[in-house]
Design a protein around this ligand. Sequence first.
Ligand SMILES: C[S@@+](CC[C@H](N)C(=O)[O-])C[C@H]1O[C@@H](n2cnc3c(N)ncnc32)[C@H](O)[C@@H]1O
Length: 209
Amino acid sequence: MPAVARYAHLGRLYDLVSGERLYAPGREAAVEMIHVEPGSRVLVVGIGTGPDLPALLSAAGPGGRVVGLDASPSMLAAARRRADRLGGDGVRLVLADAEQVPARRLRDALGGPADAVLLPYCLSLMPAWPRAWRTALEAARPGARVAVVDTTVARGALLRRLASRVACAAGGVHVDARPWRCVEELDDVSAATFLRGHVEVRGGTLPLR
Ligand SMILES: C[S@@+](CC[C@H](N)C(=O)[O-])C[C@H]1O[C@@H](n2cnc3c(N)ncnc32)[C@H](O)[C@@H]1O
């Protein structure tokens, strides 16, 4: 089943079944790596139900703008409900396929190029993820911070490897994608690993040219 179809109607259920307790540390590390400041324009690719919104809105402040992109209307509806609860006037949600959307549309929604880009638990679901990655970078300014957090099969004991493989399969993850490796080509790279390599996080800076 294509990832977009898998998440098409999951908006109301997702937060109950996503195992957030396991995935929150990776998410928090990625948010920290993008150095959001007051007034920042932040792009979140595959925003889902918006679990990163509290941290991003609190860092970007009332003058900031957070644009969340997702291909699932029901996930975006949940993100909208969360943004409304948080009083997030600076949140714009874009319904589009990250592999197809033009960078110009994202810049327009942001009101300019992004200062920070977050790609949380989403690229490894996309068959053409390098295209989504390039578009996200195109929507950002030189010197922007970018972070990917994503999953693959853990290292170590058989049971751990099996459990992480089942979790990846349930989420529609292509375990060989390992999209965080792209970040390693940027400047000032930081890295974190959780759950014996099941969750990998990389942050970096777009070159200043
Ligand atoms: C595993 S969920 C993660 C959601 C959220 N980032 C989080 O950390 O909880 C993956 C999200 O990526 C979205 N997605 C998958 N393929 C996509 C695509 N091609 N374009 C945009 N969004 C996509 C899904 O709709 C879903 O909301």
